[in-house]
Write a protein that binds this ligand. Structure first.
Ligand SMILES: *Cc1c(COP(=O)(O)O)cnc(C)c1O
Length: 435
């Protein structure tokens, strides 16, 4: 029995499914998840001493590579000053300023601990500000596990193929309208029917939790114009894409170019540098509806935690344009290598991209993936053998076809070569897979 098998068996005795977040259990690819004991640069080391090139990067936070020396040093220094003060600290506004300086339309920032908290607060704030109840979300978009947004969500729910979640009341579900992504007609129809009671549209800046889906050109701008016309707010969820798709998130590739801003944004993943921090930000008049200035309540014992703030400041300070240029270069090179390996096997596929982020989709060459229905119609069965072949060769991919791939500043040419070398055998395994 390997150490990971032993650890997984022990974990299952104390935690449901042996995990604290479902995708880690390898439900959609099968097998025993390697338990990780170390991470440095582009590499993870498991409990059996095996090393992997990591293409998950903690689902985004390891933007600069694992255990980046400046983040580690900032965290160590913060730890020495004290772990948590239950009072305001100087670094909170500093991280807020770093976020504000890179985004359009972020006048104010509030720190929270998880992306789920950020979207939950954004939704409450939108309802409080507009005095309306309904929220529009898109099929396949994941915004964390708050009740009202679990309907037709991606991420672990896409993998587990659950329609939503047990435990969400019918009354709560009825306050969310779920529409197909990239479908302007459906949005116009929803506003025509319910416009006076729609508080907000929430969307991933570019969906990355049903695999990556590129918003059609002008789609986010259309959302901004439509919400504005009807007195609703646009919440752009950049928890995954923020400071990852580009230096100013996916907004940097759309809103910044097209000249619009969201009313509210949510951030997470990258901004904590690997520690639990997330944030919401946006228009001053909307954000000032939050307590203590306004009537919308929100709070957090560990919000703006000083150790997490230090990590986030070190992360964003070191996330320079050179870093994003490197991510783009390595992401492009990896996409080209995948295409070559898949084409050599005659494997029908498309590569879906959003800035430096991408994912592969099998059997979708003709039309690509534009929404959740397309994502679910792909040849999902090809991913597990592909994934396990890569894993055997020492490459750690997201354990679901419905997740994005992440490179980091530490993915140098040696790490890339290791991935390239693993691709031909994995492509063959995918090509030979049977439904
Ligand atoms: C990860 C994610 C969340 C939830 O963040 P947690 O920190 O896991 O709660 C919300 N929205 C998007 C787009 C995400 O990718």
């Amino acid at each position: 029995m390997s150490n990971s098998e032993q650890l997984f068996a022990e974990a299952r005795e104390v935690m449901p499914g042996g995990v604290n977040s479902p995708v880690r259990a390898f439900g959609s690819v099968g097998g025993i998840p390697p338990f990780m004991v170390g991470a440095k640069g582009a590499y993870l080391t498991d409990a059996d001493g095996k090393e992997y090139v990591d293409l998950v990067c903690s689902w985004g936070p390891a933007l600069l590579g694992h255990s980046h020396p400046e983040i580690q040093a900032a965290v160590h220094a913060a730890v020495d000053r004290g772990l948590s003060f239950g009072a305001s600290t100087p670094d909170e506004a500093k991280l807020g300023q770093l976020i504000k300086s890179r985004m359009g339309g972020v006048d104010r920032v509030r720190m929270v601990s998880t992306g789920t908290e950020a979207t939950m607060t954004a939704v409450r704030l939108a309802r409080g500000y507009t005095g309306r109840d309904l929220i529009i979300k898109f099929s396949g978009c994941y915004h964390g596990h708050l009740d009202g947004l679990l309907a037709d969500a991606g991420s672990g729910l896409a993998t587990l193929a659950l329609p939503g979640s047990a435990g969400v009341t019918a009354a709560t579900a009825a306050e969310t309208l779920v529409l197909p992504y990239n479908d302007r007609t459906a949005i116009e129809a929803a506003f025509a029917e319910h416009g006076a009671n729609i508080a907000a549209v929430i969307t991933e800046s570019a969906p990355c939790n049903m695999g990556v889906v590129t918003p059609e050109e002008g789609f986010n701008k259309f959302l901004k114009e439509t919400t504005a016309k009807h007195g609703a707010l646009l919440i752009v969820d950049e928890v995954l894409t923020g400071f990852r798709a580009s230096s100013s998130g996916y907004w940097g590739l759309t809103g910044k170019v097209e000249g619009w801003t969201a009313d509210l944004y949510t951030f997470g993943k990258v901004i904590g540098g690997g520690l639990p921090t997330a944030a919401l930000g946006g228009r001053a008049d909307v954000m000032d509806y939050l307590a203590p200035l306004g009537p919308v309540y929100q709070a957090g014992t560990l919000s703006g935690n000083p150790v997490a703030m230090a990590a986030g400041i070190a992360q964003l300070s070191n996330a320079t344009e050179e870093v994003y240029a490197h991510l783009t270069k390595q992401s492009d090179a990896l996409q080209a290598a995948i295409t070559e390996a898949f084409n050599a096997e005659g494997l029908n596929h498309s590569i879906q991209r959003a800035g430096t982020l991408f994912s592969v989709a099998f059997g979708t060459a003709e039309n690509g993936v534009h929404n959740y229905a397309d994502a679910q119609a792909q040849e999902v069965f090809r991913y597990a053998p592909f994934f396990h072949s890569m894993l055997d060769s020492g490459v750690y991919l997201p354990p679901s076809v419905f997740e994005a791939w992440f490179v980091s500043a530490a993915h140098d040419d040696a790490a890339m070569e290791k991935i390239f070398a693993a691709l031909p055998a994995a492509a063959k395994a995918a090509a030979e897979a049977k439904a």
